[in-house]
Design a protein around this ligand. Sequence first.
Ligand SMILES: [Zn+2]
Length: 475
Amino acid sequence: MSEYIATIGLEVHCELKTETKLFCSCRNVFGAAPNTNTCPVCAGHPGVLPVINRKAVEYTVRAGCAIGCEISRFSKWDRKNYFYPDLPKAWQTSQYDLPLCIGGSVTFDVNGEEKTVRLNRIHLEEDAGKLVHSGNCTTVDYNRCGVPLMECVTEPDMHSADEAVAFLEELASIFRYSGVSDCRMQEGSIRADVNLSLSRPGEPLGTRTETKNLNSFRSVRRAIEAEIKRQTEVLESGGKVVQETRHFDDNTGTGYGMRSKEDAQDYRYFPEPDLMPVVLSDADIERIKADLPELKRARRKRYVSELGLSDYDASQLTSEPEIADLFDGAVKAGANAKKAANYVMSEIMRKGKTAGEDGIAIGVTSVQLAELLSLVDKGEINLVSSRDVLDKMWLNPNESAAKAVDELGLRQNNDAGEIEKLVREIIAANPGPANDFRNGNEKVLSFFVGQLMKATKGKTNPKIAGELIRRLLSE
Ligand SMILES: [Zn+2]
């Protein structure tokens, strides 16, 4: 019996980081007290009229441009009707037959190979509210109602959990670099539905199931692996896979069927009568395209080919757009690429990682960083005291590195005569270790460097200090 091949397509929902919601002026923020960011429009009161958020349309077009979609000159809104307590209007305003973006593709690396997944479409719609279950009671929070949501539908081009997760990571990075979404999994701002079927090589695709609302890369991986295993067992025992919507329970690591799959007709889509279609000119689209920043993959390649960085360093520096922007800016401001790369990867990334959260918070500007690196380069401060300067500049974009160095009294002592006097005193005070060195024990050199650093509060140039101590000990 030949092995089954999995065929996987994804529907990725991604919240846009606009200031306000899609059809009203309520704030679009995460974590507010329940039902505080609501109004008659997003709470679905009768007789209210929605107004399209221009920025949300622009962000969706920008995302489409970033993955090479064809942008529709004319698209429209449709009502997707269903009843559920998280949707007070009882319809979701979405786009059915004329979405904003069509086609496109995402190329990424998976297990050392390049892979491309085609997109079918990206459309814009409103998010629903959130049901909060506790004990035997359920409450509903409508803050998320009406938050702009992009739905990206792929072609069934993936065949393993590895490919699906690598695709999602690349897609999230493209959206973060484009500035349209934070793609924070833990805040639910990116979620995925997995369509999966099995077939034998050369045979038509089997019946597919859809596992809904996976909200971490980890659960996407686990849900796919569990569903491949389940469908294989069904088929091998002579059964048939039923077309259905499934839910994956992260706690138990198993999926279960929820309902037989709805078809589009079950939603009774019809054109939204309260909203005008979206009409875009070539000039609109060109303007948005011209605004697109350089994306992760292109930057990573450039760091290797133009700046001579290693593959590893280039991928670290492009892990978050904030880091890549900081690094690029520092190099533009005159910093040496390799030194800036090392400093960003060690000091800045350590400091910028916020505990338990996705992403990174950068507290210095690229100009401050370039200035700091130049002071280290010129020997005015050493690497150890650069951390104190970094601390002082952090979250204070007006603080100059040179001023911070002076205020902290960290300017390095490069006066060889003065250092020599100190070293002679230290050697005289430690005759034992001095003799050890003369008898060939090189290790005690670091003891003397340490003593000198202590005496000068770390303000000695370590290079000058090391050479001088060695010379004076050998006299
Ligand atoms: Zn509202």
